[in-house]
Design a protein around this ligand. Sequence first.
Ligand code: SF4
Length: 364
Amino acid sequence: MILRRQIQKIKPEKICLRGLSERELSRLSTQLGEQAYRGAQLARWIYGENVSCFKQINNLPQAFLNTLQERTELSNLEWVETGVSSDRSEKFLFRTQDNLYVETVWIRKNGRNTVCLSSQVGCKMNCSFCASSKGGFVRNLSASEITSQLALVQARVKEPVHNLVYMGMGEPLENVDAVMKSIEIVHSPWGYGIGSRRITVSTVGLVPGIEKFSEKTLRQVRLSISIHSPFDRTRSRIVPINRKYSLKTLMQTLVQHRAKFGREYTFEYTLLQGVNDSDKDAHELARLAKQTGSKVNLIAYNPIEDAEFERPELSRMRAFRRILDRHHVRNTLRISSGVDINAACGQLRLKKIESRNTKVDFRD
Ligand code: SF4
């Protein structure tokens, strides 16, 4: 019913098949005069085979394919350019149908491939070290635009995807319904079949989003919380949403949901010289991590133009890490890759906007 309304409502725009579940594809098939089982066949072609045009589908009636071609589409993003880093990470810039730019990153590390997806065009959160917020917020991405990023990157790279992270442009839990729908598609056996433990969603700590996500998404999908400071005063400066949802509120939410749903968390912590890299910061971060049973990922700051921060010396980052070790907090240190392809989230889009527009506008 909803689909029928969509078909009528969005005419002459086309429905993007890549955002539909197997059940929705079945319903669409019957609405277009075909048998419901055609939906499962379509899902296999779209997700299993990752087809990019209807001509590649060879076991559906030609009349049905003609109707699909006329009224639907397989992807609603268009590739614009790819930047390749010296460490072989690749950053893809895509254009939406309303001429907005979306970034997706392909990261190769230790024989594992990770795709980093965007969930919004721009971001409202205004984290002070991030390029995404500097271009402003435009709109949420739809589930089909999120899954299309994966499809288009996979089609170009032609390698298996081992991990999927929602850490590109945008705050995923501000667009929680579309993100959850895309997770259903990438995880399901009829979809891309990526294991739930290999999917990570990153948030700055939007408490209502964490609650909804924790209740409705598979427990094994990992939530990664951007902490960046264990003290409210500094955190509010770096991550302004902390003024609304303080560390105390956030920690209480995490503890509750861990107890209720058995959910595990990772803390993301970008090390900024002289801001959050002291011994005192490390001890307090360890306390919060232990309180919530979280692992800590330390990230060396990836400088962006006009930013007020700097990356700490390697010796300082290692000293910070040793304190976490002494508290028996599981941790990693990542020296951000891809500086030479503007890989901090939002940087490539920002450059594109700057080069194409003399006035502040997010479109071509
Ligand atoms: S770090 Fe994430 S949440 Fe913060 S402004 Fe950037 S994209 Fe948004």
